[in-house]
Design a protein around this ligand. Structure first.
Ligand SMILES: *Cc1c(COP(=O)(O)O)cnc(C)c1O
Length: 487
């Protein structure tokens, strides 16, 4: 591989070589002591590599090509998938009137932006079956916390101060119990049954007059539809609790069913997953929250209101949980979601779900030949496999994920959900072609054959990447962020 042999920029350095041309003496003549406090002035030269313009250009270009993204290859990371990112959205979000406005501008100057936010709220309310939506939260996790704080305020307003438990299935995304804890609740786990669904009997056992809410994803994190959702909703509602829907990945239900119709009271969406906002690298994200009528008074303030033809912010919201983010949410991501919803239309969004589900089922059926399928039923937008069979041969799911890198694929999510042994969680998304799905299946089937015939090929993977296996814990805890000479 070319990148592997590439010399490090520090090793290319030759004394006196430069990659810039600046007027010689302007800086040296300037009396820096007058410009900067003494503490900030360097006393020794920085140890920067001395390289030519082309060398530095090629260095950064080579680094940029080491990243894997949806623009470079298939990315079937279950649950948190980077989904469709149309480039037209980027152009729209960069239009002058969107890009150069400021949150402190008077309302009358930004009516267009407010109209966009209002219409996006309305569309999301329609899509989820909720009565009102806030665009403030900046991420899914913040949306969860916002929703739970509203549920908390709702119970408190009813004098129901003893409701301190939030029920979460054992297959839930880790942010669910974490958000419950941050919102001041204790989380209680409800078991998954042998069919991959919430165990109703256990749900009845753990539900009581201390239940504040049940947090659920449907289809759940195993990619399976909770068919007893109506019954689950009555169990929780009869006990006085609320139902929270984690809608981070909604591309199995768009235009087909709605959390509001299933009995949910609160929903968050990840516009940076399902609604084409790019994510990764730390954001920005957008995690709007929708609520049913009885939670509307608690929405974060200000609320966007429409009076005849004008839009304005209403701060007079005595029961509001307050602001959860400065200004009005991550506007740029909201513009992308709006553009997407308007271009797709209701029929287009429904097709998204149909293709997402079709692609997932196709891939699942192709792979089940070699991998254990813990739940042999139709899946929704994603499915889980288990690497149990390969583990017996000494090849772990981690090894197979690393081996996929040699084929140019981002691996699926592994070891999550935690209730499946040697789990691999695959979400192909709606936008991939049959050819891509087939090539990916062929690669995984080849890896399964290698696990039998030549396990070391898989155990020692990846073979073609610049960096081999990382000690991920050390990499996270003690990252080496600058060049260190090794020899
Ligand atoms: C991604 C995800 C979240 C959290 O969203 P963030 O924007 O990363 O905070 C919550 N639940 C599920 C199911 C997710 O996939």
């Amino acid at each position: 591989m070319q990148t592997q042999e590439q010399e490090l920029i520090f090793e290319m350095s030759r004394p006196g070589r430069t990659g810039y041309s600046l007027p010689e003496d302007e800086l040296t003549e300037m009396n820096v002591e007058h410009l900067l406090p003494a503490d900030y002035i360097r006393t020794n030269e920085p140890e920067l590599p001395e390289v030519s313009e082309l060398q530095i250009m090629r260095h950064y270009t080579a680094l940029s090509s080491r990243n894997h993204g949806v623009d470079s290859g298939f990315y079937p990371l279950g649950s948190c998938t980077m989904k469709y990112n149309p480039k037209i959205n980027e152009d729209i979000a960069r239009m002058h009137g969107f890009l150069h406005i400021h949150p402190y501008q008077p309302e009358e100057q930004v009516q267009g932006a407010m109209k966009l936010m209002y219409e996006l709220q309305e569309s999301l309310a329609e899509i989820t079956g909720m009565d009102q939506v806030t665009l403030q939260p900046a991420a899914g996790a913040q949306g969860e916390w916002t929703g739970l704080m509203m549920i908390r305020s709702f119970h408190e307003a009813n004098g129901d101060i003893h409701r301190n438990k939030v029920i979460v299935p054992d297959s839930a995304h880790g942010t669910n119990p974490a958000s419950a804890a941050v919102a001041g609740f204790e989380s209680v786990t409800v078991r998954t049954n042998e069919r991959g669904l919430v165990d109703l009997e256990h749900l009845k056992e753990v539900t009581g007059d201390d239940t504040a809410a049940l947090m659920l994803t449907n289809p759940n994190t195993l990619g399976l539809f909770e068919k007893d959702i109506i019954e689950m909703a009555s169990i929780i509602h009869d006990a006085g609790g609320k139902l929270y829907y984690d809608g981070a990945n909604s591309n199995a239900i768009l235009g087909i069913t709605r959390p509001g119709d299933m009995g949910f009271d609160v929903v968050h969406l990840n516009l940076h997953k399902t609604f084409t906002g790019p994510h990764g690298g730390g954001g920005p994200g957008s995690g709007p929250v929708g609520v049913k009528k009885d939670l509307v008074p608690f929405l974060p303030k200000p609320i966007l209101v429409k009076r005849e033809a004008d839009y304005s912010w209403d701060y007079d919201r005595p029961k509001s949980i307050g602001r959860v983010k400065p200004y009005y949410g991550n506007f740029g991501i909201n513009v992308r979601a709006y553009a997407y919803i308007r271009t797709m239309g209701a029929e287009g969004l429904k097709k998204v779900s149909e293709y997402a589900v079709l692609n997932a089922n196709y891939l699942m059926r192709r792979l089940q030949q070699y991998f254990e399928l813990p739940y042999d039923r139709h899946c929704k937008h994603e499915f889980v496999l288990s690497g149990k069979r390969q583990k017996k041969l000494g090849v772990r799911t981690l090894d197979m994920a690393k081996r996929l890198l040699d084929f140019g694929y981002h691996p699926p999510t592994i070891y999550f959900p935690i209730n499946i042994e040697e789990c691999m969680m695959v979400e192909p998304t709606e936008t991939e072609s049959k050819e891509t799905l087939d090539q990916f299946a062929d690669a995984l089937l080849q890896i399964a054959q290698e696990a039998e015939a030549e396990p070391e090929t898989v155990q020692e993977a990846p073979h073609t990447t610049v960096i081999k296996r990382l000690d991920e814990t050390t990499a996270a805890r003690k990252p080496i962020l600058k060049y260190e000479k090794t020899s």
